[in-house]
Design a protein around this ligand. Sequence first.
Ligand code: NOJ
Length: 540
Amino acid sequence: MERKWWKEGCVYQIYPRSFYDFNGDGIGDLKGITQKLEYVKELGASIIWLNPCYKSPNDDNGYDISNYREIMDDFGTMEDFDELLNKAHSLGLKVIMDLVVNHTSDEHEWFIKSSSSKDNDKSDWYIWRDKKNNWGACFGGSAWEYCEKRDQYYLHSFSKKQPDLNWENPEVREAVYSLMNFWGDKGIDGFRMDVITMISKDQNFPDGVINGEYGDASPFTNNGPRIHEFLKEMNQKSISHYDWLTVGEGAGARVEDTLSYTAPENNELNMIFSFEHMNYAKPQCENNWKEEKFALPGYKKIYKKWQEGLDQKGWNTLYLENHDQVRSVSRYGNTSNEYMWKKSAKALAVMYYLMQGTPYIYMGQELGCTNTNFNSIEEFRDIAAKNDYAVMLSRGFSKEDALRLLNLTSRDNSRTPFAWNKDGGFTTSTPWIRYNQDIKEINVEREKKDPDSILNFYKKLISLRRSSDTLIYGSFKLLEEDDEDLFIYERTLDNEKYTIIVNMSDNTRCYPVKGQVVLSNYDDSKDEIRSWEAKVIKED
Ligand code: NOJ
């Protein structure tokens, strides 16, 4: 068991645009975050992950960067960033940034130059081809865009304002390591790496299997031929210079890929955000509307595979939400009334948080935030939501159906302003995106006062994990694999054992265990496991 701060800590993810608006323009900013750092500290988190705050025209809310060494105008200045970092450090909080280097903005000076002619010192910094293949972009349409000045196409895996960098070019790689070191020298504590497993493309650019109108690029872009070589080089030229947390977004990463990415002897990354548990029975509106039934045994098997697969050899991330996902209590829990909402949000927290891996909490998750009822397409802000809506209409969905389905899937569900009090309290003006309809009931002020709130439960849960090596480093064993209601697992280290029992259903079940209940979302402890009951038991 190798002790590491990034294994022991709890990461709190902040979407800067929606956390707290200091200057009253309706958009969250860095000064706003600085002002609210005590909140994160009180929660018990020890690491903050900031979604991108670099200069950006905001086609994809900062995931389209036009200058990696400057701060986005909406968010403030470099002085504001330095102040945030200093204050965080003085409170004992670490700060990790988002590294977005699969692509830049088309407004980055590298791309402006590269696209100006076939013959300039950046001409080979992006992926240019005379002919396009059939690949589709993740945000819809073709992954290739024509550029008149070059009479060529450039690849964009996401929007056409997000051209993919050409990682085959060593100058591009050096430029990336240099910007990473720029932030490292400022004193940040690591990076979350956006779609990092997509940076090495199959250089034959073969057509993909047609899925709807376009070919599926993922077999040729995810976990590509030179990915491990690039990450090892990145580690040598940047990561290894610092005591960092590095977490890669692992589009398409399987357990075996993740072992290669995270095994310490490979000198690549600390951990990967895998998607298998998030994609399980996920409603999708890609080509045709798809909704599979959620069945607990199938869901548990995924965790078992990842927990056992990485034990002692790599390291897991634990998460249920982020800025690309809907709210977990709406997706998996029971929001039919306040009582069940509270129980199920707490049960979900216990379920995922006490496995082996570094836990992540997305802002608002600790309050039990729910999905938002968007009333019309005009209320959405996300480029992906707008594209999905257009695709659904073009496939014959009615406007009402398209809206209903978007409400179930849209990333905007988690991007609504953070509610500090019953009136929102995020901004003094009109927020850039509407508030959730539940802010009167789900807000910081109210939950702070209520000893039984989800917020106060999260505090206990975070402190429980922090206090126990077994809950951090212990091995994981899934019990009752085929049970359709109960998610039960053990964590063991040396002679100490915890059993985590979570009822992920409305049914009342029975599961007697001996030991001391160290955390529960019901007051009295019985052998019965009631609807959405969660208990953590330490064996005597
Ligand atoms: C993954 C990010 O999490 C998402 O928000 C973004 O749109 C894409 N990568 C493209 O950068």
